[in-house]
Design a protein around this ligand. Structure first.
Ligand SMILES: [Zn+2]
Length: 428
């Protein structure tokens, strides 16, 4: 059965097209073009008609999230990074059961869909000594209807809670088991970072990514101390060290990449590695500012992530990405609306190696509808989306051709009650 979306206005390759339509089959876009022509080519298709006040744009791509961190909202807001990690993050995680993971992720993914996020890369390290937690999170994504990239973390550092730590062999076999159990999910490998995974583990993860042809997500150079530490202990700065370990390639998705040298930027570009920038979380945690303009000038493919999920919104990440570059470079032209929009959609999808973020034939039929009824007529719509839009402007969210979220839908029944009792129980 074909579905045709007929749009009075749609944002295609950064440009607003009038009377545009696209046809969808089996979850993918199969044809795009002039509305009348597409309608004629697909007689008998289910029609979805979007009017002049509804802008249809590709769904937003969230390149990095830790959904369970919604449980830390409020009570852990204003701590320095080391205390935030030890007193808040590592404190709650060992207590989570698979059922609580399910409801936490269900609620977080629902918030993301409401904000127009159609793909999320969940960097998942709440492993709980097995796969039951991971399976609960994946089930939550399937039930919510969001497209999931599941970056399954490997971690073996002593300082991490016991429930996070695994042998290389366990990490490998459990990741393989998830790949077999969930063929529709983009499962990747994620050695946590240079401080939380041993060099042997990082090498093994890189080999795993090559063998299984999957992506490798890794936190790198988020804080300034990391560079000094790896230089002193291993004689190399973080990106150079990843390279030395065989973990810097076109499969690598480097999360943060804030404190890196010019040579490391060139190395990322030369190896074809990708970078995910998390500007809202980088501000929230006082991390620093990634050199997006410098990396983009070298041709590095980049995306945006909501990371700590204080308020998941790629609209806000795009805005923050632009504003932070302007202030970092003291240049109002440092990162414009079109560039920011690409990071949140097409380029962000390419960074994850997912066929999404575009209204073009072959891509997943992931799109959203924005309320533009009150936009001043002289404002170019891409600029409106980046500088003025809000999560509440998202009227409808569609993943794989399926309408999974409407603006006024209630949060999933049972989620808030389940989480309220969880937070009370943990005495947070
Ligand atoms: Zn992270």
């Amino acid at each position: 059965m074909s579905v045709v979306a007929r749009c009075a206005r749609a944002l295609v390759d950064g440009k607003v097209l009038a009377d545009f339509a696209f046809a969808m089959e089996h979850g993918r876009i199969v044809a795009t073009g002039n509305a009348e022509e597409i309608v004629r080519r697909y007689p008998g298709a289910e029609m979805r008609i979007y009017g002049e006040n509804e802008l249809v744009i590709p769904g937003f791509v969230n390149g990095h999230s830790h959904a369970y961190q919604i449980l830390m909202r409020g009570w852990a807001d204003d701590l320095p990074f080391a205390r935030w990690r030890s007193d808040a993050l590592y404190k709650i995680v060992p207590h989570l059961t698979p059922d609580q993971i399910y409801w936490t992720f269900r609620l977080a993914f629902d918030e993301m869909l409401a904000a127009g996020i159609t793909t999320v890369a969940e960097f998942f390290y709440v492993n709980g000594a097995g796969n039951a937690h991971a399976e609960a999170a994946i089930r939550a994504a399937n039930d919510a209807g969001i497209r999931l990239v599941f970056a399954r973390t490997w971690m073996d550092a002593d300082y991490a809670p016991a429930a996070f730590r695994e042998s290389i062999e366990d990490a490998r076999s459990r990741t393989e088991a998830l790949m077999e159990a969930f063929p529709g999910v983009h499962i990747c490998v994620a050695p946590h970072s240079l401080h939380a995974a041993s060099h042997d583990m990082i090498r093994a993860a890189a080999q795993f990514a090559r063998e299984r042809d999957c992506m490798l997500h890794v936190h790198v150079a988020e804080a300034q101390y990391e560079g000094a530490e790896t230089l002193e202990r291993f004689g190399a700065t973080p990106i150079a060290l990843l390279d030395k370990l065989g973990a810097l390639s076109e499969r690598t998705v480097a999360i943060h990449a804030i404190y890196i040298t010019e040579d490391e930027k060139r190395r990322i570009a030369d190896r074809g590695a990708r970078v995910v920038h998390n500007p809202m979380t980088n501000q929230y945690l006082g991390d620093g500012i990634c050199d997006v303009r410098g990396l983009q000038a070298l041709g590095v493919t980049m995306g945006l992530g909501t990371d700590a999920d204080v308020r998941p919104s790629i609209i806000e990440e795009m805005r923050a990405a632009s504003l932070l570059q302007k202030i970092a470079k003291l240049d109002g032209s440092a990162l414009g609306a079109q560039a920011a929009l690409s990071l949140g959609t097409s380029q962000g999808a390419a960074a994850l190696r997912v066929d999404a973020g575009e209204l073009s034939a072959g891509a997943f039929a992931d799109y959203i509808v924005l309320d533009v009824a009150n936009v001043d007529p002289w404002i170019p719509l891409p600029n409106h989306v980046v500088y003025r839009a809000e999560n509440g402007d998202v009227l409808e969210t569609v993943v794989g051709g399926v309408r999974v979220r409407q603006k006024n839908d209630a949060p999933p029944a049972g989620a808030l009650q389940a989480l309220e009792s969880l937070v009370t129980q943990l005495h947070l």
